[in-house]
Design a protein around this ligand. Structure first.
Ligand code: PLP
Length: 387
């Protein structure tokens, strides 16, 4: 009989393990990187085109265009739709800062809706009241890797002539059966930041679309607005994926579905082991492929639980501690504390516990046991106080 592994006192549970992401692909990747370095075609190039083709196919979109980062992906997606001063873009109060920064940097006005208390995604019942004659885009975020069903948004899109741009920066491969986010709206935005499910060795991003016209315009826009060299037909950006990152991303892409399946099975183990504790989780939607960029647990003793897990060398983290409407960078937008109460509550109660596709059972057990000990001790202390 194989002896059961036992957690020792030096156990640590990290949030990332980059070495394991290269698994067996390093021996074939290194010579490729070497030849890219020596060749000198560093920016865009056929290496980037090869990754773009593979990523477009993975998502199920006609086109993917590599850019510098996810923030640029959202910014350029909005610019490609001619979004600017006087236009309103609706998104949610509980997202990463960059979603809203991109809107503001386009010169447009971000309009927020609150989060849904159960799914932690956009509260879609607030969309209709938020629409005005100036609304041009709805920008939903597939937050923590959970795909937001876009049926209702598509209805609104058709009825009111607003575009849907997906912030899929946390949701590479999420969707339903064979329909993946990033190919559901008119444009999909992805980040390959090292923390994401598909990670570059630095910054990177992509925009996906089924529209040939938009792909063409994004292709110009990411490269100084050039139609061809020295013919600048529109105002653009310098935001291009490079060959080294593309080669790394292309070597990892074939593993992504398997990694996402592993994330789902770890999430299932967390849900099962923690189900009797005073915690809640992102409510599942029937048929979804959640890719668990993060696994969030919700508790009103979040800060105490975080301290406890850190003491046990478990790398838990708060994502995100300050909702959009309370961030100092956005004071000029005159949002008020209390305006998006669900987003505020979630910012106080959510804790992301370690989630890596290569997590071992022993690590999952260690995290679950630590959380269990926290709640048992809390209950014991509470009883003492009561006596
Ligand atoms: C990471 C992220 C971004 C920005 O991506 P970067 O590559 O870091 O610029 C945008 N939106 C969301 C929801 C993200 O998680």
């Amino acid at each position: 009989m194989v002896p059961k592994e036992v957690a020792d006192q030096n156990m640590r549970v990290e949030r990332y393990n980059y070495q394991n992401q290269f698994e067996d692909c390093l021996p074939s990747l290194l010579p490729k990187l070497q030849s890219i370095l020596v060749e000198g075609s560093y920016i865009l190039s056929e290496h980037v085109r090869a990754f773009e083709r593979a990523f477009a196919e993975f998502i199920g979109a006609r086109h993917a265009l590599g850019v510098n980062c996810g923030t640029d992906a959202v910014t350029i997606a909005l610019k490609a739709l001619n979004i600017g001063r006087g236009d309103e873009v609706i998104t949610q109060a509980n997202t990463f800062h960059a979603t809203v920064l991109a809107i503001v940097n386009c010169g447009a006005t971000p309009v927020l809706v609150d989060a849904d208390d159960k799914t932690f995604l956009m509260d879609q019942t607030q969309l209709s009241p938020a629409l005005t004659s100036r609304t041009r885009v709805i920008l939903p975020v597939h937050l923590y890797g959970k795909p937001l069903p876009l049926d209702y948004l598509s209805e609104l899109s058709e009825k009111y002539g607003v575009a849907i741009v997906e912030d899929a920066c946390q949701a590479h491969g999420a969707g339903w059966a064979d329909r993946r986010v990033g190919a559901l709206g008119i444009l999909g935005c992805f980040s390959f930041h090292p923390s994401k499910n598909l990670a570059a060795a630095g910054d990177g991003g992509a925009i996906t679309t089924n529209s040939d016209a938009l792909a063409k315009s994004i292709g110009r826009m990411r490269a100084f607005g050039q139609e061809e060299q020295n013919n600048h037909v529109t105002l653009g950006f310098n935001s291009r994926l490079d060959a080294v990152q593309a080669a790394i991303l292309l070597s990892k892409l074939p593993k992504l579905d398997e990694w996402n399946r592993k994330r789902r099975s770890i999430a299932a183990a967390y849900r099962e082991h923690l189900c009797d504790l005073p915690l809640t989780f992102q409510q599942p939607t029937y048929g979804e492929d959640h890719v668990y960029h993060l696994f969030q647990v919700r508790t009103d003793s979040r800060d105490e639980l975080l301290r406890h897990l850190r003491d046990d060398q478990i790398d838990a983290v708060v994502r995100y501690p300050v909702p959009i409407h309370m961030q100092p960078a956005f004071v000029h937008l005159r949002w008020k504390t209390g305006q998006y109460p669900v987003a505020e509550t979630l910012s106080r109660e959510l804790l992301a516990i370690p989630m890596r596709p290569d997590m071992k059972d022993i690590e999952v057990d260690y995290v679950c046991n630590s959380i269990r000990r926290f709640f048992v001790n809390t209950a014991r202390r509470a009883r003492k106080v009561a006596v």
